[in-house]
Ligand binder design. Structure first.
Ligand code: ZN
Length: 156
């Protein structure tokens, strides 16, 4: 099987059987992200504990297969990780998508399947939407202390 076909299968698998889907009322970071160019919408629920570890991450969303697979993959990667590691994963994913850097499979897991999307510049925002939304939520949480964070992010 060609690598492109394998990647396509990974994306379709996450799109059809999304991981970690659903609201989480215990979450202390709730962020919505939209990509007006494609009509993609996501909502992320994160629980970040006092040790700065992401103990829960889930989402709801609608939009193209790339945007929805990307957020499913992302939640799988960040659950159980400390905020510092999550920031490293976000940087690595963004570098792969935006700077064509060689992806690190150890950091990005199934996320490397989205590498091929960078051949289609208009779809890059679909892939990075959830990651930019997550990044904003984590930064806001760092300054909000014990306050619950609720935010909206829009790709433009
Ligand atoms: Zn899209």
């Amino acid at each position: 099987m060609a690598i492109e076909d394998l990647y396509r299968e990974v994306i379709m698998d996450h799109y059809k059987r999304p991981r970690n889907k659903g609201a989480n009322l215990e979450a202390n970071v709730v962020i919505e992200g939209v990509n007006p160019l494609c009509g993609d919408e996501i909502k992320l629920w994160l629980t970040i504990n006092n040790e700065k570890t992401v103990t829960a991450a889930s989402f709801e969303g609608q939009g193209c297969s790339i945007s929805q697979a990307s957020v499913s993959i992302m939640t799988e990667l960040i659950i159980g990780k400390c905020v510092e590691n999550v920031k490293t994963i976000i940087s690595s994913f963004r570098a792969m998508m935006l700077e064509s850097s060689e992806p690190d499979e150890k950091l990005l897991g199934d996320g490397i399947a989205l590498e091929g999307v960078r051949q289609f510049p208009v779809r890059i925002k679909c892939a990075v939407l959830s990651w930019n939304t997550l990044n904003l939520g984590i930064d806001q949480h760092a300054t909000a202390g014990d306050q619950r964070v609720e935010l909206k992010h829009s790709e433009s």
